[in-house]
Design a protein. Sequence first.
Length: 125
Amino acid sequence: MRLREDLNLTYLFISHDLGVVKHISDRVVIMYLGRVVESAPTEDVFAAPNHPYTQALLAEAPKLEVARKTYVAIRGEIPSPLNPPPGCHFHPRCPHAMPRCREEQPLLKEIAPMRFSACHLNDME
C-alpha cells in the first residue's frame, strides 16, 4: 500500500475475496460470466450495491458479526460460460428478472458520477 502511494502506482487486482478487495482497492469492477455488471468506487459498491449480482455477492460475504447467519447461495445454476444465455447473463438467477432481461443485453451505463451498472432495473427509475 505504501509503495502504491509513494510511487503513484496503479495495479489490477483480480480476486474473489471481497474482504481483500475492499481493503486494497479504490475502485471495484464486478463481472458475471465475462461481462462487467457494475463498476464504482469501492466505498459506493460496498455501501449500496446496484446490480442484483453485486447485491447477492455482498449479502453472502463473510462479516465479523456476533449473530450467526445461514449461508444462502444465489439461486439457480450458473450458466455455461461457453454458451451463456441471451440477454442479461444473470437473468436465470436474478430475483428481479423480467422478459426484457431474457432478450436484451443491458448496457453498462453511468447511473451516478463515476458509477456504472448494466441492469435494466436502472431504466425504470
